[in-house]
Design a protein around this ligand. Sequence first.
Ligand code: PLP
Length: 395
Amino acid sequence: MNMEFATRMSTLGTETAFEVLARARRLEAQGRHVVHLEIGEPDFDTPAHIREAAVRALHDGYTHYTPAAGIMEARQAVAEYVARTRGIRVDAGNVVIVPGSKNVLLFAMLSLVNPGDEVIYPDPGYPIYESLARFIGATLRPIRLREENDFRFDLDEFRSLLNPRTRMVVLNSPHNPCGSMLERADIEAIAAAVLPTRAHVFSDEIYSRIVYEGEPYSIASVPGMQDRTIILDGLSKTYAMTGWRIGFGVMRAELVEKMAQLMINSSSCAAAFSQIATIAALSGPQDSVDAMVAEFRARREVIVGELNRIEGVRCRMPRGAFYAFPNVSAIDADAKRLATHLLDEAGLACLSGTAFGEAGRGYLRFSYANSQDNIREGIRRMREALPKYRPAVRA
Ligand code: PLP
């Protein structure tokens, strides 16, 4: 008997990074060597004091269920951290801790967006925004980020997309995949446009500590906006803790209750010892974060410099996160085939810009969460593979 899936499954998208990673691993299993510039995962070890806190927690019996929204001390640590870094007032009652920050987005959409409501999100953008919005039946309103505008929102276009049906506006600064940041003035203008409407802002701030130029600024800091904002953040990127599965959301207390109910209906809680490690991460020494960001900064110079030496490639200097998003439209107007060619022929794993939306056509995304030597080797492979490449569509 054929298995029949529920129709909603056909609306769900994916994160191509995981698919390309799996493909690259298959090639490696066949004996091929692959340089991994596809996955957005810091290659550093989780700092020792955080690992030790988790081991202590295991010995202390943090091996059971916790309250659905998180252990109170961990929620308190998140509240203090977010209050300190964003300059706002946050109580533990405004915090929910989840097994991976994507859950904050899923739960926010399930709690606030009805089928047919409109969701505005960046294109190119983290693919899970569009995937989940489509899954819950929202009307999709992508806002195009253009290279000539430093991959920031075009404010006039944004205002023209806002209307009484807009229920959620997704921001992501620093931005995956473009490495761009919204200026404080952009964020203030977005807030001014949103305030008279019934829209909530979903502010994905997962890269807010990985910044090279300028200061991160949360829309929740704009007077009047905190009540309208759901902040997404987590430990994955800042502390090299992708496998610990700790994300958190900061929002109004009544929305926390809905998210706790969704937790009870899904994961029950985030892992108890990972929650205790959260306290060590957020309240302990931060020098390992500074060291990691300094290394990312050096890698950024290497990858952007190397990419710009290739004929037909044009890459802006990212201001935050750890992604380079070069324009390769002079080589291939699509770039999807190019990304496949680079993996199959050159052993270089990267992503096509189209993995992040239609507006990513003609771009590639490289994650520079890899060593400088591997980055140099990856881009060398690209340079060598390009003369043999024949695009289906030439620009
Ligand atoms: N938001 C953005 C923009 C991301 O790039 C990612 C991970 O790649 C996440 C959220 C989710 O991170 P996690 O589920 O590890 O907390």
